[in-house]
Design a protein around this ligand. Structure first.
Ligand SMILES: [Zn+2]
Length: 144
């Protein structure tokens, strides 16, 4: 998988915000099943995201779309803002990334099927993280 931040002016370093968004993506994406080869684009600011949505002909209000996958083209576009400042629980970065990965891995455009898979993966991820918790718990009282 490769990830690019778009709308950075040529010759200019990518902004701190973009770098932070890419870092969030790099932490989360490998935790879920993912394809070997796929192009991810992070639209770092909402202006860039708006331009992308207009360009791609999407009509819903911008604020309700967090990501978009084109299965045939092998591309996924993410609204960068949601990686750092999700405005809804469903817009949390792990949810959004897992959702797009479910589209990709299932090769499906069926939102109900994709969302069901997403929830399974998120549940599994929660348990994987939870299994680390006992190391931090105090020893049961009364144990010798
Ligand atoms: Zn979807």
């Amino acid at each position: 998988m490769t990830v690019s931040s778009t709308f950075t002016k040529p010759g200019q370093p990518i902004s701190k915000v973009c770098q932070d968004q890419v870092a969030v993506w790099r932490t989360i994406a490998p935790q879920f099943p993912h394809p070997k080869k796929w192009s991810w684009f992070i639209l770092c600011d909402d202006n860039a995201w708006k331009l992308y949505l207009q360009h791609s002909g999407q009509v819903l209000p911008v604020s309700t779309i967090y990501s978009s996958t084109d299965i045939d083209a092998g591309t996924t576009f993410l609204r960068g803002t949601t990686l750092l400042h999700p405005d809804l629980p469903e817009a949390a970065p792990d949810h959004v990334i897992a959702h797009e990965l479910a589209h990709i891995m299932l090769h499906s455009r069926d939102e109900a099927v994709v969302e069901a898979q997403t929830r399974k993966w998120l549940e599994r991820q929660k348990h994987a993280v939870g299994s680390l918790v006992p190391f931090n718990l105090p020893k049961p009282s009364g144990a010798n």
